[in-house]
Write a protein of this length. Sequence first.
Length: 247
Amino acid sequence: MNPIPLRSSGGLYLNRALPSFHTNVDLYYLGYDHKSVRYAQGTGREQRETIGARVWSHTPTWDYDFEYTAQFGRLNTGNISAWGTGYHLGYTFNQVRFAPRPELDGGVLSADHNTHDNKLGTFNPLFPNGNFLSESILLGPFNLIIVRPTFKIALTRKTSANTNVELLWRQATEDGVYNIAGILTHVPGNSTGRFIGTQIQQEIDYAFSRHLSGSIVYEHFFTGEFLKQSPPGHSLNFISPQLIYNF
């Protein structure tokens, strides 16, 4: 007999283009079952249903992306009621030297406001991109308020620069901080601090040829009030050089 997998999932994704409005609409459903998880609320089997809607558009000049997700289900014998929102706005000044491009993105991911009741409010992103928040992958998208302004420029035909500042808060002070795998790394404890920290990132990209490109990323993370009250909470430096070959 084959063992029951630790995790299982399935879903449905629908997309509809609306050319008259220069936009796209996505609707999706995901079912998720995890045999053993740990939240600040407690530990046990997680059975979670996710439904969401996304409205987005992308042109050579501007783009936007707005998304809302609702989740419900069970953690052990308790209920799950969670939600998440995300937004992205960007505009490229193609007729200006260096083609400057300001962007603003972020979101709010719900958290658990009472670890002593029988309802889990922590949003689960299920299978997030590893560098959803940064290349250093310090935090996962759980219990977060995110604001991230970004500025991009094309320095030369082959070289571009990307600078962003990321501000992070806990959505609820009664919930903790999690890593990208959803593992609770900092319990809420007695801390009333909401601000997690500020991360500054500078990236330089260079195209050596049609197939070969490279980049170097530097990040500095400044710890906020919550991490200072919930050790370990040190400011960190991170550097990542990369070479990419596309066939």
